[in-house]
Ligand binder design. Structure first.
Ligand code: PEP
Length: 260
Protein backbone atom coordinates (compact mmCIF):
# COMPACT_ATOMS: atom_id res chain seq x y z
CA UNK A 1 0.00 0.00 0.00
CA UNK A 2 1.53 3.32 -1.03
CA UNK A 3 0.76 6.09 1.42
CA UNK A 4 0.55 8.59 -1.43
CA UNK A 5 -2.62 6.93 -2.70
CA UNK A 6 -4.13 5.18 0.30
CA UNK A 7 -5.82 5.96 3.59
CA UNK A 8 -6.44 3.61 6.49
CA UNK A 9 -9.31 4.03 8.95
CA UNK A 10 -9.40 1.66 11.93
CA UNK A 11 -12.04 1.49 14.65
CA UNK A 12 -11.00 0.89 18.23
CA UNK A 13 -14.06 -0.43 20.00
CA UNK A 14 -12.29 -0.43 23.39
CA UNK A 15 -14.30 -2.44 25.96
CA UNK A 16 -17.62 -1.91 24.22
CA UNK A 17 -19.98 -4.31 22.52
CA UNK A 18 -22.20 -7.28 23.11
CA UNK A 19 -22.76 -10.07 20.67
CA UNK A 20 -26.16 -8.88 19.46
CA UNK A 21 -25.14 -5.23 19.12
CA UNK A 22 -21.90 -6.19 17.36
CA UNK A 23 -23.77 -8.19 14.74
CA UNK A 24 -25.65 -5.13 13.55
CA UNK A 25 -22.60 -2.87 13.67
CA UNK A 26 -20.29 -5.28 11.82
CA UNK A 27 -22.89 -6.02 9.16
CA UNK A 28 -23.59 -2.33 8.57
CA UNK A 29 -19.90 -1.42 8.41
CA UNK A 30 -19.20 -4.25 5.95
CA UNK A 31 -22.10 -3.19 3.74
CA UNK A 32 -21.21 0.51 3.84
CA UNK A 33 -17.50 -0.05 3.27
CA UNK A 34 -18.20 -2.05 0.13
CA UNK A 35 -19.13 1.24 -1.57
CA UNK A 36 -15.66 2.73 -0.92
CA UNK A 37 -12.91 2.73 -3.52
CA UNK A 38 -10.24 0.18 -2.81
CA UNK A 39 -7.65 2.79 -1.84
CA UNK A 40 -9.45 3.32 1.49
CA UNK A 41 -8.58 0.49 3.84
CA UNK A 42 -10.94 -0.13 6.76
CA UNK A 43 -10.42 -2.14 9.93
CA UNK A 44 -12.04 -2.72 13.32
CA UNK A 45 -10.22 -3.75 16.48
CA UNK A 46 -12.68 -5.56 18.72
CA UNK A 47 -12.50 -7.04 22.24
CA UNK A 48 -10.84 -10.48 22.23
CA UNK A 49 -14.03 -12.55 22.75
CA UNK A 50 -15.55 -11.07 19.61
CA UNK A 51 -12.68 -11.67 17.19
CA UNK A 52 -14.35 -14.87 15.98
CA UNK A 53 -17.60 -13.00 15.46
CA UNK A 54 -15.76 -10.32 13.47
CA UNK A 55 -14.18 -13.06 11.37
CA UNK A 56 -17.55 -14.70 10.74
CA UNK A 57 -19.28 -11.47 9.74
CA UNK A 58 -16.47 -9.65 7.92
CA UNK A 59 -14.86 -12.49 5.94
CA UNK A 60 -15.40 -11.80 2.28
CA UNK A 61 -15.94 -8.08 2.92
CA UNK A 62 -13.36 -5.33 2.43
CA UNK A 63 -13.20 -4.71 6.19
CA UNK A 64 -10.31 -6.25 8.11
CA UNK A 65 -10.35 -6.88 11.83
CA UNK A 66 -7.98 -7.17 14.74
CA UNK A 67 -7.37 -6.88 18.45
CA UNK A 68 -6.57 -4.09 20.90
CA UNK A 69 -3.55 -5.64 22.59
CA UNK A 70 -1.35 -8.74 22.49
CA UNK A 71 0.92 -10.40 24.99
CA UNK A 72 4.64 -9.67 24.96
CA UNK A 73 5.12 -13.43 25.41
CA UNK A 74 4.87 -16.09 22.72
CA UNK A 75 2.96 -18.69 24.80
CA UNK A 76 3.03 -20.20 28.25
CA UNK A 77 2.00 -19.72 31.85
CA UNK A 78 0.71 -16.15 31.56
CA UNK A 79 -2.83 -16.31 32.89
CA UNK A 80 -5.17 -13.89 31.22
CA UNK A 81 -2.80 -13.02 28.39
CA UNK A 82 -3.60 -13.51 24.71
CA UNK A 83 -0.80 -14.42 22.30
CA UNK A 84 -0.49 -12.67 18.97
CA UNK A 85 -0.84 -15.88 16.98
CA UNK A 86 -4.11 -16.63 18.78
CA UNK A 87 -5.41 -13.47 17.12
CA UNK A 88 -4.17 -14.68 13.73
CA UNK A 89 -5.99 -18.00 14.29
CA UNK A 90 -9.13 -15.89 13.86
CA UNK A 91 -7.92 -14.09 10.77
CA UNK A 92 -6.86 -10.86 12.46
CA UNK A 93 -4.84 -8.31 10.52
CA UNK A 94 -4.24 -5.61 13.15
CA UNK A 95 -3.14 -5.41 16.78
CA UNK A 96 -3.20 -2.07 18.57
CA UNK A 97 -0.25 -1.85 20.96
CA UNK A 98 0.65 0.87 23.44
CA UNK A 99 -2.74 2.57 23.55
CA UNK A 100 -2.59 5.35 26.15
CA UNK A 101 -5.26 3.57 28.20
CA UNK A 102 -2.92 0.57 28.49
CA UNK A 103 0.02 2.82 29.29
CA UNK A 104 -1.98 4.67 31.97
CA UNK A 105 -4.16 1.97 33.56
CA UNK A 106 -1.94 -1.07 33.07
CA UNK A 107 1.40 0.68 33.54
CA UNK A 108 2.77 -0.51 30.22
CA UNK A 109 6.18 1.00 29.54
CA UNK A 110 8.04 1.59 26.29
CA UNK A 111 10.07 -1.67 26.40
CA UNK A 112 7.02 -3.84 27.01
CA UNK A 113 5.14 -2.13 24.20
CA UNK A 114 8.10 -2.61 21.87
CA UNK A 115 8.11 -6.32 22.70
CA UNK A 116 4.37 -6.52 21.97
CA UNK A 117 4.94 -4.88 18.59
CA UNK A 118 7.66 -7.40 17.81
CA UNK A 119 5.43 -10.34 18.82
CA UNK A 120 2.63 -9.00 16.66
CA UNK A 121 4.95 -8.77 13.65
CA UNK A 122 6.33 -12.27 14.30
CA UNK A 123 2.76 -13.58 14.20
CA UNK A 124 2.06 -11.80 10.91
CA UNK A 125 -0.07 -9.03 12.42
CA UNK A 126 0.30 -5.35 11.65
CA UNK A 127 0.90 -3.59 14.97
CA UNK A 128 -0.73 -0.18 15.27
CA UNK A 129 1.70 1.46 17.66
CA UNK A 130 0.09 4.31 19.60
CA UNK A 131 2.12 7.29 20.78
CA UNK A 132 0.98 10.53 22.35
CA UNK A 133 1.59 13.11 25.01
CA UNK A 134 -0.55 14.18 27.97
CA UNK A 135 -1.80 17.74 28.29
CA UNK A 136 0.77 18.47 31.00
CA UNK A 137 3.56 17.24 28.75
CA UNK A 138 2.31 19.40 25.87
CA UNK A 139 2.02 22.43 28.12
CA UNK A 140 5.59 21.90 29.28
CA UNK A 141 6.81 21.75 25.67
CA UNK A 142 7.69 18.06 25.94
CA UNK A 143 5.53 16.68 23.11
CA UNK A 144 8.36 15.79 20.74
CA UNK A 145 10.55 14.39 23.49
CA UNK A 146 7.78 12.14 24.83
CA UNK A 147 6.78 10.88 21.41
CA UNK A 148 10.38 10.32 20.35
CA UNK A 149 10.99 8.19 23.45
CA UNK A 150 7.86 6.12 22.78
CA UNK A 151 8.69 5.60 19.10
CA UNK A 152 12.42 5.00 19.57
CA UNK A 153 11.74 2.19 22.04
CA UNK A 154 9.86 0.33 19.31
CA UNK A 155 12.17 1.15 16.41
CA UNK A 156 15.19 0.00 18.42
CA UNK A 157 13.99 -3.59 18.68
CA UNK A 158 12.88 -3.88 15.06
CA UNK A 159 14.90 -4.44 11.91
CA UNK A 160 14.31 -2.01 9.07
CA UNK A 161 12.25 -4.66 7.29
CA UNK A 162 10.05 -5.13 10.39
CA UNK A 163 9.74 -1.41 11.02
CA UNK A 164 8.44 -0.91 7.49
CA UNK A 165 5.48 -3.17 8.38
CA UNK A 166 4.14 -1.23 11.36
CA UNK A 167 1.48 1.47 11.49
CA UNK A 168 1.81 4.41 13.89
CA UNK A 169 -1.14 6.14 15.54
CA UNK A 170 -0.51 9.59 16.98
CA UNK A 171 -3.07 9.94 19.73
CA UNK A 172 -2.66 12.95 22.00
CA UNK A 173 -3.97 11.73 25.36
CA UNK A 174 -5.86 14.97 25.91
CA UNK A 175 -7.83 14.43 22.72
CA UNK A 176 -8.94 10.85 23.37
CA UNK A 177 -12.60 10.57 24.27
CA UNK A 178 -12.77 14.25 25.20
CA UNK A 179 -14.49 15.60 22.10
CA UNK A 180 -11.55 17.97 21.74
CA UNK A 181 -9.53 16.89 18.73
CA UNK A 182 -6.09 18.27 17.99
CA UNK A 183 -6.35 20.88 15.27
CA UNK A 184 -5.26 19.72 11.84
CA UNK A 185 -2.18 21.94 12.15
CA UNK A 186 -1.25 20.56 15.60
CA UNK A 187 -1.62 17.00 14.36
CA UNK A 188 0.29 17.62 11.14
CA UNK A 189 3.19 19.14 13.06
CA UNK A 190 3.58 15.99 15.15
CA UNK A 191 3.04 13.68 12.17
CA UNK A 192 5.80 15.48 10.25
CA UNK A 193 8.09 15.02 13.25
CA UNK A 194 7.21 11.31 13.39
CA UNK A 195 7.80 10.99 9.64
CA UNK A 196 11.29 12.39 10.08
CA UNK A 197 12.07 9.90 12.81
CA UNK A 198 10.76 7.01 10.71
CA UNK A 199 12.83 8.15 7.72
CA UNK A 200 15.94 8.07 9.88
CA UNK A 201 15.36 4.33 10.40
CA UNK A 202 15.49 3.69 6.65
CA UNK A 203 13.99 4.68 3.33
CA UNK A 204 11.33 1.95 3.43
CA UNK A 205 10.25 3.02 6.93
CA UNK A 206 9.62 6.61 5.82
CA UNK A 207 6.38 5.53 4.18
CA UNK A 208 4.86 3.84 7.21
CA UNK A 209 1.25 4.94 7.63
CA UNK A 210 0.73 7.44 10.46
CA UNK A 211 -2.87 7.61 11.69
CA UNK A 212 -4.29 10.37 13.83
CA UNK A 213 -6.54 9.43 16.75
CA UNK A 214 -8.41 11.52 19.28
CA UNK A 215 -12.01 12.68 18.90
CA UNK A 216 -12.14 12.16 15.15
CA UNK A 217 -15.72 12.74 13.98
CA UNK A 218 -17.43 13.02 10.60
CA UNK A 219 -17.18 16.82 10.97
CA UNK A 220 -13.41 17.04 11.40
CA UNK A 221 -12.15 13.93 9.58
CA UNK A 222 -11.73 15.48 6.15
CA UNK A 223 -9.59 18.36 7.36
CA UNK A 224 -7.41 16.06 9.45
CA UNK A 225 -7.00 13.44 6.72
CA UNK A 226 -6.19 16.17 4.20
CA UNK A 227 -2.90 16.95 5.95
CA UNK A 228 0.24 15.86 4.18
CA UNK A 229 1.45 13.37 6.78
CA UNK A 230 -1.90 12.12 8.11
CA UNK A 231 -2.65 8.79 6.47
CA UNK A 232 -5.97 8.07 8.13
CA UNK A 233 -7.40 7.65 11.58
CA UNK A 234 -7.75 5.47 14.64
CA UNK A 235 -11.33 6.01 15.72
CA UNK A 236 -12.68 5.30 19.21
CA UNK A 237 -16.16 6.49 20.12
CA UNK A 238 -17.28 7.21 16.57
CA UNK A 239 -16.44 3.65 15.48
CA UNK A 240 -19.35 2.36 17.58
CA UNK A 241 -21.90 4.02 15.32
CA UNK A 242 -21.85 2.65 11.80
CA UNK A 243 -23.15 5.89 10.29
CA UNK A 244 -20.40 7.98 11.87
CA UNK A 245 -17.66 5.45 11.21
CA UNK A 246 -18.64 5.12 7.56
CA UNK A 247 -18.85 8.91 7.21
CA UNK A 248 -15.26 9.09 8.49
CA UNK A 249 -14.22 6.43 5.95
CA UNK A 250 -16.00 8.47 3.29
CA UNK A 251 -14.03 11.56 4.36
CA UNK A 252 -10.83 9.61 3.67
CA UNK A 253 -12.21 8.73 0.26
CA UNK A 254 -13.04 12.37 -0.49
CA UNK A 255 -9.51 13.48 0.42
CA UNK A 256 -8.03 10.93 -1.97
CA UNK A 257 -10.42 11.92 -4.74
CA UNK A 258 -9.57 15.60 -4.33
CA UNK A 259 -5.85 14.83 -4.48
CA UNK A 260 -6.17 12.71 -7.64
C1 PEP B 1 -8.97 5.85 20.81
O1 PEP B 1 -9.31 5.40 21.88
O2 PEP B 1 -8.08 5.28 20.16
C2 PEP B 1 -9.62 7.07 20.33
C3 PEP B 1 -9.07 7.71 19.35
O3 PEP B 1 -10.78 7.44 20.97
P1 PEP B 1 -11.81 8.62 20.53
O4 PEP B 1 -11.93 8.59 19.03
O5 PEP B 1 -13.07 8.27 21.22
O6 PEP B 1 -11.21 9.89 21.01
Amino acid sequence: MSRERAKLVVGNWKMHGRIDVNAGLLTEVAAGASALQNDVYVGVCVPFPYVGQAQALLSGSVVRWGVQDVSAHAHGAYTGEVAADMATDFGSTYAIVGHSERRAYHFEGPELIAEKARRALDAGLTPIVCVGETLEERDEGLTQEVIATQLDAVLTVLTEEQAARIVIAYEPVWAIGTGQSATAAQAQEVHAFLRGKLAAKGASVANVLILYGGSVKPENAQELFGQQDIDGGLIGGASLKSKDFLAICQAAQTVLQKAA
